[in-house]
Design a protein around this ligand. Structure first.
Ligand code: HEC
Length: 174
């Protein structure tokens, strides 16, 4: 007589146990890896600033005109006498074109400055006071990546290549 009472079930599981158990573990691992890889790719995509991506650049132009041009200039020319301190002791907004300093930074630093501002101790000396706002609460990460792509797209080819090399060197140091 076959006994199908609940009492038998733990026994049945015990026999099937190792296979069921390891399948579940393997399934869970695959799920964790898949979710992790997806998050990683999403983060990478959000930070990717490719100046040859026309759609991204166009989106970045809109962000720039709305959020950056008032200080950094409609043509990325910066404020007048941008290398001299203002009466309040702070620096004016620098140009983002080839004449400025922006292209001396790796991608991740540009992204960080726009998102966090010139955060003292990270992107500026401790106690540093700056008029550069932090855009983390205003712009989504992909908008930040887009505006950087737009700025990059305005650099001459030679400057793009030099910045790309600065970026590569920064990545291999990490
Ligand atoms: C209210 C004025 C203002 C606005 C708006 C503004 N910035 Fe700035 N930004 C500054 C100033 C001022 C500095 C220089 C700060 C310093 O050196 O203390 C600066 C510096 C920077 C730097 C660092 C440049 C370098 O050479 O190190 C980047 C990058 C930057 N801004 C990007 C942006 C972007 C992108 C936007 C728009 C999303 C933006 N800024 C909007 C005022 C502004």
């Amino acid at each position: 007589m076959t006994n199908r009472s609940p009492i038998m079930i733990p026994g049945a599981y015990a026999k099937a146990g190792p296979i069921v158990f390891w399948s579940l573990v393997a399934g869970a691992l695959v799920a964790v890896i898949a979710v992790g890889a997806n998050e990683f790719l999403k983060a990478g995509a959000a930070r990717r600033s490719d100046p040859s991506d026309a759609t991204l650049v166009e989106r970045g132009r809109t962000v720039y005109d709305r959020h950056c041009a008032a200080c950094h200039g409609a043509q990325l020319e910066g404020q007048a006498n941008w290398q001299s301190r203002l009466p309040n002791g702070r620096m004016p907004a620098p140009p983002h074109d080839a004449s400025g300093h922006t292209w001396h930074h790796p991608d991740e630093v540009l992204f960080g400055i726009v998102k966090e501002g010139l955060r003292p101790g990270k992107y500026a000396p401790p106690g540093y006071k700056s008029d550069m706002p932090a855009f983390g609460g205003t712009l989504a990460d992909d908008e930040t990546a887009a505006v950087i792509a737009y700025i990059m797209s305005r650099w001459p080819r030679e400057i793009q290549l030099r910045q790309a090399e600065i970026d590569r060197n920064a990545r291999t140091r990490r």
